[in-house]
Design a binder for this molecule. Sequence first.
Ligand code: KG4
Ligand code: ZN
Length: 367
Amino acid sequence: MFANHLPVHSVSGIFPAPFHAETAGVQILGIESSCDETGVALYDSDTGAVVHALHSQVALHREYGGVVPELASRDHVRHLLPLVDEVVTRAGIARSRIDAIAVTAGPGLAGALLVGCGVAAGIGHALRRPVIPIHHLEGHLLSPLLARPSPQFPFLCLLVSGGHTMLLHVYGPGRYALLGETLDDAAGEAFDKTAQLLGLEYPGGPEVSRLAEFGTPGAVRLPRPMRDQPNLDFSFSGLKTAVLTQVRKLGADDPCDQARADIARGFVDAVVDVLVGKALRALGQTGLTQLVVAGGVGANTQLRTALTETLGPRGVQVFYPPTDLCTDNGAMIAYAGWVRFSLADPGADEPLRVHPRWDLCKQSMER
Ligand code: KG4
Ligand code: ZN
């Protein structure tokens, strides 16, 4: 939709040239606006320093119990440029020092993506710099490389967000093979729907997690969908129905807090059990010994505890993004932009387009 007529770096084929970091001293501006967080960041490839700023739309959408796409787009319009100003000022660099602009081009809400891509194209045009389209999930899965210690390629990635639940074999930058994914709801979506059923506020993940801490283990036992099937796929929609059944047993007039906490505990234990079980199976099948957990649900404390307890004794190292970069942010997009910049295919000169639906493993070919 946006053609900036400037070189756009991309890779050709699913397995592009090997990663090489000869692009030291590069400053990448990252822009994220795929859903309800407006994120902007500057990544300095020399120092590895990231300056990032985030505006969350949670308060805006709360009264609707979920993200309202049109409100999200308008709010991105209001906040993107001020955040760019803030980040550049805090980084203490001149705008002319920016070498490239990385922007989330998909998947996500079409209108919200258009705002980010429009701003990126405008800045790219003004500065005469390339605009690099980034797959949102690539941003998430590479984000643990911003933490220390960081994983080495290859690794297994458990990507658990509001829209996706996937297991990926990450061979290297831009080289991803899908091992399994959810057949219906994403894990984060299940958290959000469960929160709604329990009368908790949006976004539900952290709220359900907090309430579950007060629940009695085993008091409410919910199914573990697909956990024992010999594949790496997931299904969470049945779990939502199981939660609904439990909620209906609560007295409508006098919902007991302990009963609600027990349901939350039963739900979290079921989701965690499935995620850990499938990750373990994937590690066994691939022989990989490093697991990267990315996406909003990766912030979940019960999941982190279970992964440490289960995988630690098996010699598997588990890596997470820095704590403030688990949910959507501009830093992961700036970093993915630098990785893409390092893999540059200098001949590429494509118009910048938004991809509301975008297959991560085919993305390189579709660019
Ligand atoms: O990665 P993310 O910020 O956005 C997407 O790309 O979807 O993930 C948001 C999802 C939401 O469903 C939210 O409820 C969930 O991550 N989430 C959590 C926690 N923090 C965020 N789920 C469980 N426990 C958490 N602590
Ligand atoms: Zn995300």
